[in-house]
Design a protein around this ligand. Sequence first.
Ligand code: 5RP
Length: 245
Amino acid sequence: MPATGGHISFWTHPALGDRLPPGSHMHHAEKKRMAAHAALQCIEPGTVLGVGTGTTVNELINELPSVRENIETVVASSIATAERLAAVGFEVSELSDAGSLDLYIDGADEANKQFHLIKGGGGALTREKVLAGAARQFVCIIDDSKWVGVLGTFPLPVEVVPMARSYVARQFVKNRGQPVVREGYLTDNGNEIIDVYNLQIANPIEMENRFNQIPGIVTVGIFAQRPADRIFMADNKGVRELTRK
Ligand code: 5RP
């Protein structure tokens, strides 16, 4: 599906673009690397940076040492990300100490042309939503497999307080969803994740608000009230930069 609804510019990875034969197909992993690399340009001198979670963000973390002098403070959205940042030499701060963020960079499981997202495939949705909310600018890095017309093909991750698991699951059944508890998984906050299949998220802002009212839900993985501001999306031709109107 073509990307519409925002300013679009086209950017090609300097190291890859020139050697891509026309019509060639890149692997998802290569596209993730390209999208992550493109987002480095957003890290200006003095940046207080929030870093998301997932395989695309891991590519970003691998390259962050190259812009180390521009990063004043770094905050992580998960224990896994904090450990990776420490492994490449960063001292990771708590959000409460850093205050607000200049920039938050994260991946997504799905994105639409309003820059609404589904996130939480990696289970870090609550801390990710906090960092996105605390950031002046939210940059999302994806490969083109994540771009959708209507959110909801990817099962919606929902973080729940463990004792509320069955109650919350029943509320999703009433909404025609098929809830599946992520077996044996606990979030960094000690909660469980329910993945809800079969939801057509036609009105993401309304659904995010409504589901977040259900007692026992910590947060749902719809990021619509606070959408991304910029998306770097890699496809077979390079990286598109999309800016929300
Ligand atoms: C983690 C997330 C990730 O951003 C999302 O799952 C995408 O992951 P990946 O970059 O591995 O495809 O929301 O909670």
